[in-house]
Design a protein around this ligand. Structure first.
Ligand code: SF4
Ligand code: FES
Length: 328
């Protein structure tokens, strides 16, 4: 076991876990935001730098500070390590710069983007970004691409987090897409425009932190805050069968996996559950989905908001809210 102190909170954690995992064990404002790390996808993380922290003391054996901010999703804890995240003005400033970088090519088309209301980048810019950009050049643009019958790729919105590539690598039998080119010419491509056509490809839509991969069966049907998410399950021979149904009135507009408190799917679902089972009679309804009180999705749905004691309003970060770990 290793004793680690993050933002003045000490915790004992198993050896070999990352600073991010240790921070998530504490919860609340101590947890750095993430754009590319995804706990259920191996080797994710290390691309976006959103999760940077300051290591003030390396370990008990070697107390020297680390010279530069480090990616908490890729740095393992050491016994005696002292880390700062929300309590470091230097990290807050550096994170603003990272948000600015992530936004240099990202269009501000939230009013027409299907991901609005559940977009990691929207939340990140709101909580950690600045109100200006120093990027005076033209943003790069791409044509829209249909990746198979179910997924539309808006490469213009992609932040190159690689999550969809990991989903394709780790969940599907044959990966037909990946990152082409390098540096600022990188893009998600399907090589010869091949359809991504396999049983678990829809999970890329859930894993994509922005609106770059959207569900063609849900596009432009509604704003997410007008829908009502309900947990449901069915017996499925391909996946866990545990989903969230997004209702508008009596109609199921879309089906997604269930996200945890960090916005990540822990149990991936198959395309049959996601795209072919859109009737209430296909499902056993469990009840309202647990949605963070700080999400726009709970607007007008007071019955879905978390109980007050599961929500923590943080006095040291004006306007910022977070919630503690909840059991699902
Ligand atoms: S398409 Fe989405 S999931 Fe894939 S790299 Fe781009 S932002 Fe990440
Ligand atoms: S979340 Fe750690 S580098 Fe992206």
């Amino acid at each position: 076991m290793a004793k680690v102190t993050i933002d003045d909170i000490m915790i004992e954690v198993p050896d070999g876990i990352t600073i991010l995992e240790a921070a998530r064990m504490i919860g609340g404002h101590v947890v750095p935001p993430t754009m590319c790390y995804y706990s259920s996808l191996e080797t994710s993380g290390g691309y976006c730098r959103t999760c940077i922290v300051k290591v003030e003391k390396g370990s008990e054996k070697d107390p020297r500070p680390m010279p530069k901010p480090v990616a908490s999703c890729r740095t393992t804890v050491q016994d005696g390590m002292v880390v700062r995240n929300a309590t470091s003005p230097e990290i807050q400033k550096a994170r603003k710069g990272i948000v600015e970088f992530l936004l240099i090519n990202h269009p501000l088309d939230c009013p027409v983007c299907d991901q609005a209301g559940e977009c990691f980048l929207q939340d990140l810019s709101f909580e950690h970004g600045d109100e200006f950009s120093r990027f005076d050049f033209k943003k790069r643009t791409f044509d829209l691409i249909d990746i198979g019958d179910y997924i539309k790729l808006h490469m213009t919105r992609c932040i190159m987090c690689y999550r969809c590539v990991k989903v394709a690598d780790q969940l599907t039998e044959e990966r037909l897409h990946g990152v082409l080119n390098r540096g600022d010419a990188s893009e998600i491509g399907t090589y010869i425009q091949q359809a991504v056509d396999n049983d678990f490809s829809g999970n890329m839509i859930d894993a994509c932190p922005v609106g770059a991969l959207t569900d063609r069966t849900f596009r432009f049907k509604s704003r997410v805050w007008f829908t009502k998410p309900m947990y449901a399950h069915r017996d499925c021979d391909k996946c866990c069968g545990k989903v969230t149904l997004w209702y508008q009135g009596e109609e199921v507009l879309r089906v997604t996996g269930r996200k945890n408190e960090f916005g990540e799917i822990e149990e991936f679902i198959c395309n049959t559950c996601r795209f072919d089972k859109k009737h209430t009679q296909d499902w056993v309804i469990e009840g309202p989905a647990k949605i963070s009180r700080h999400s726009v999705i709970v607007q007008n749905h007071n019955e879905l908001a978390l109980p007050k004691d599961e929500v923590q309003i943080l006095p040291d970060l004006p306007g910022s809210t977070s919630h503690k770990k909840i059991e699902s």
